[in-house]
Design a protein around this ligand. Sequence first.
Ligand code: ZN
Length: 457
Amino acid sequence: MSAPVNLLVRAGHVLTMGPAGDLRDAAVAVAADTVAEVGPFEALRARYPAAEVVGDAHGIVIPGLVNAHTHMSEALLPGMAEDLSIWVWGTRLLLPTMPHLTPEMARVGTLFRGLELIRSGVTTVNDMFCHAHPREFSSLGVVDALEELGLRGVVCFGAEDMAWKAAPEFSVARILEEHHALAERAAASKRVGFRMGLGTILGQSDALLVASAELARARGWGIHTHLAEVREEKTEAQLRWGMSTVGRAEAAGVLAAGCVAGHGVWVSRAEMDLLASTGTAILYNPTANMILASGVCPLGELASRGVPLALGTDGMASNDSQNMIEVLKIGALLQKVHRQDPEAANARQMLEMATLGGARALGLGALTGSLEPGKRADLVRLDGNSFGAAIVHDPYQQIVYGAGPESVSDVWVDGRQLLRSGAFLGHQPASLVPRVRELAGELARSGRIKDFSCLAH
Ligand SMILES: [Zn+2]
């Protein structure tokens, strides 16, 4: 017997992102961890008189947002190196810190940034933890933190070995061992799934790339990687293999394994067709692409070919925040100004990418991403008394261009409330800050980041 309806989440606009479409003065009826019904508020109120009601006839309710690409390994690295190109940024900021990232840094960093995600309406996060700790499987700390927070997630170890390939502790066998350990930790969790992680195609030795793709295929694991993010990647790949990284990924069996790939900025038309035919999802990270001046993802061309699309913040080192609502806005604006065409992207498209698009890309479309009976109760309420949701003509446009984290009032994952009237119900940011500062300082010192003082000079 199914659980009784215990909660009605009401708003002036309920955007289901599913078959029920957009509803006025409506509610989502929640039974324990599941969406039981979506419909007019008065009818649901009459049917379930004992249920708690959260919300009123104003504001907006949406499915929880899916942040389809980030790096909790960068949780402690905000606010540096804005004037480095991505090629230099990787070698001068990320590589020196990677061997010093501990499981404790992973756990505490994820707790802190996870709260920032919740505050901006995220209920599912797809993480790639990139580290090179020689003795510990640091990526496992992310699963522990997501569990503590109550967030839904997909984790991977963004493995690379080219920078450390002379060191025995970065043998292919040891790297594969961490994938197995992370998969096991995720399998034991309630809401965290696993993918095989390839940091970048160029960052992997051929031996690791082939072994990773084979293991993913054998285990039925999807893959999470970066692809065609930066112009230099094309030249480097041509010199190394005589083909692009997209071509190399295809040849190694990466695309056939069910792949989601960050960026897809530097892709030819033939490569876009290949992404479409293999069902490879492109995870658009406009804020990071702008900070690192990487280029502009050809969103319209990818969409017209049927390439699955999702939206991400990317990591703290190339975004400086995990504010997903800001990404919705920047994602549309970048396309409009780049194409000099106000119709190049729109608010509805951004919200679709950040909800059902992201969920489907991650293989979670049956579980989350839209408000439909039977799906998990992952939902977000934007309060009608906030600046961002007080006046609503077009709710899509209002959320994408007008709202911010301060509009996000309530967040539920699996029917469990994580944010209530703007207050966190579990961990509090202020109580995490002292430890976060301490670990961030330790990481910068260990990676000798201070030596750069200002990294660019
Ligand atoms: Zn990334």
